[in-house]
Write a protein that binds this ligand. Structure first.
Ligand code: DON
Length: 584
């Protein structure tokens, strides 16, 4: 019970501010890697730097980013290095076999890059229906080639690097290549997740790599080398991303997907060759004096975060402490946002998503007016946003471990906010010969193509990108100066995690570490969900008195945040995971 979230609530916001007020970059640096259980907590202290900073889910990955920044690299250079090291050291969460969204600030222009996976050309709406016409069980769909989308991360990294990189491509690939050659030690979190894992050992390559001869996960501290991945990195260093989307690596991906012994997929070499990163305009909205920006569709993340914030704007959150009244507002706002998300958001290339209507200030005011300060509304209905709309329905997903968030600010004040995923923990449980795991992103599509006689917006279609909840976010102050870089993994809970962190940073002016560690709370338009094992449990009765149905659930966020202060950069890495925020 010693982590900062506990202190946050025991002290109250005022006491907390006194204890953890932003004091500028006094200690300069890094936190040592610290052991932790897969879902345990590790107390983390304030992290500060004067010039640049990386906050990422593993100390080795953050170190790689920091080195690149120290060598004069840009935020994008560092993001490439961090992502590729994460592929090795946090293989359950992200990597070359998956997809990502990158939000980029280059000092004058904000861009979003969509490196989301796509469905193969052969994919059909009934992909995840069983022989009985009913939706398959989740893991029957996940494990194997059927769930694998065409990976986008490598093309995304190269696209960003070509435009915003300063150091040579081979140099930013070097930290991961060295680590793949010389090996890294298995962390407690990786070992813990392997111990819980039920499906991965059935894949022969994954079994050889992650498990001992007796079938037990390799122990914490074991040095793991990945020569196949080192070779892949060398190939990409020489030939660029084209060598991933055609040639031997592409053939290996296709063979791994189509050759799965029990649940083969239908990806082809043409699907890989056709993959494109989409550069899209950033989605920005005003929250109090700040401008909050992120990724639009196919992610539902930023739309929902902005809808939640717009509802919270109707009350004085700064005057509320973390407690039942604040949770009432956050969860009612969540209900409204998740109701709209379910109906309207999917890949904009396939569905006319009414983004303008869903973020229209007048519409959002009318939605916020549905909140009764004293009584929960129960289940929210989707609204009727102005402008265009799509009469379609969508389903939701669960909680997993297959995602990671990277926040970076470089010496020139450029920033990257990137959420990256292979979807479920260890993805489709298919390891390529090339040394990386493949995603199961296609299970982010709705399994049912039709509901209540209406086509579902997020149904499977050839070449389509599954709806995401990822919400990489960049915040600007009232002078349009970079203020914060924030994001989290966590499936559909990402939306509530990011909204919570933003309330902590922007309303309660908390240090990013404290904001990340606040108990997670909210509603996905079902019960009001409070994080089990935190003092949020004490708020249950207060919420029930307002008519909430309350559930205590694990909420394993991984918020990585950096805030720009007059004195320098201050970072936070969620104490629920093993990440760090470090800088120069
Ligand atoms: O794109 C999405 O919303 C999901 N595939 C993200 C999955 C996730 O965050 C799992 N996390 N820990």
């Amino acid at each position: 019970m010693d982590h900062l979230a506990w202190r946050a609530c025991r002290l109250g916001v005022a006491g907390l501010m006194a204890a953890l007020v932003w004091s500028g970059p006094s200690q300069g640096q890094a936190l040592a890697p610290s052991p932790e259980a897969p879902t345990g907590r590790t107390a983390k202290t304030i992290s500060a730097a004067t010039r640049d900073m990386v906050a990422a889910a593993n100390p080795l990955a953050a170190q790689a980013g920091r080195q690149i920044l120290a060598a004069g690299g840009s935020a994008v250079d560092a993001a490439v290095a961090v992502q590729l090291v994460l592929n090795l050291v946090e293989p359950q969460s992200s990597g070359m076999g998956g997809g990502a969204f990158m939000v980029l600030w280059d000092g004058s222009v904000l861009t979003t890059l969509d490196g989301r996976e796509t469905a193969p050309a052969a994919a059909k709406p009934d992909r995840f229906l069983g022989a009985d016409g009913k939706p398959m069980k989740f893991y029957d769909a996940v494990v194997g080639g059927r769930s694998v989308g065409v990976p986008g991360t490598v093309r995304l990294l190269e696209t960003a690097h070509k435009k915003w990189g300063k150091l040579p491509w081979a140099q930013v690939l070097a930290p991961a290549t060295t680590l793949a050659d010389t090996g890294f030690t298995i962390s407690p979190r990786l070992n813990g997740l392997l111990t819980q894992e039920k499906y991965l050992a059935a894949d022969p390559r994954a079994r050889d790599y992650f498990y001992d001869a007796d079938g037990k996960p390799k122990a914490v501290g074991t040095v793991l080398k990945n020569p196949a991945f080192a070779t892949t990195l060398r190939t990409l260093a020489d030939k660029g991303a084209d060598a991933f989307y055609s040639g031997d690596i592409a053939a290996d991906i296709v063979a791994s997907v189509t050759g799965h012994p029990t649940n083969p997929g239908d990806m082809t070499l043409e699907d890989l060759k056709a993959y494109k990163v989409e550069e899209r305009p950033a989605l920005c909205g005003k929250y109090r004096t700040y401008k909050v920006c992120g990724m639009g569709p196919p992610s539902s993340g930023q739309i929902a975060v902005q809808q939640i914030l717009a509802t919270l704007q109707e009350t004085d959150m700064a005057a509320l402490k973390p407690g039942p009244d604040a949770v009432h507002w956050v969860s009612e706002a969540g209900r409204l946002a998740f109701a709209d998300r379910g109906l309207y958001v999917a890949d904009p290339a396939f569905v006319s998503v009414p983004v303008r209507g869903l973020t229209d200030p007048g519409y959002l005011k009318s939605r916020a007016a549905l909140v009764d300060p004293n009584r929960s509304m129960g289940k929210a209905k989707p609204g009727d946003p102005p402008f265009q709309k799509a009469f379609l329905w969508g389903a939701s997903e669960g909680i997993e471990f297959g995602t990671s968030h990277i926040s970076i600010v470089d010496r020139n004040g450029n920033a990257v906010s990137m959420t990256t995923t292979i979807e479920d923990g260890f993805g489709a449980r298919v390891m390529t010969k090339s040394g990386f795991l493949l995603n199961n992103e296609l299970t982010d599509f709705s399994f049912s193509p039709v509901e209540d006689g209406k086509p579902v917006a997020n149904r499977v279609e050839p070449g389509k990108r599954p709806r995401s909840s990822m919400a990489p976010t960049i915040v600007f102050d009232s002078n349009d100066k970079l203020y914060a870089v924030v994001g989290s993994p966590g499936g559909s809970l990402i939306i509530n995690y990011v909204a919570k962190a933003l309330v902590g940073l922007l309303d309660w002016k908390l240090d990013p570490q404290v904001a990340a560690d606040l108990p997670n709370v909210g509603s996905r338009n079902g019960p009001t969900e409070l994080e089990a094992g935190t003092e949020a449990a004490d708020w249950k009765a207060g919420l029930e008195a307002k008519g909430h149905e309350v559930k205590l659930i694990d909420q394993n966020s991984g918020i990585h945040a950096i805030v720009v202060t007059p004195a320098g950069l201050v970072g936070g890495a969620d104490s629920r995971r093993e990440g760090v925020a470090i800088g120069n």
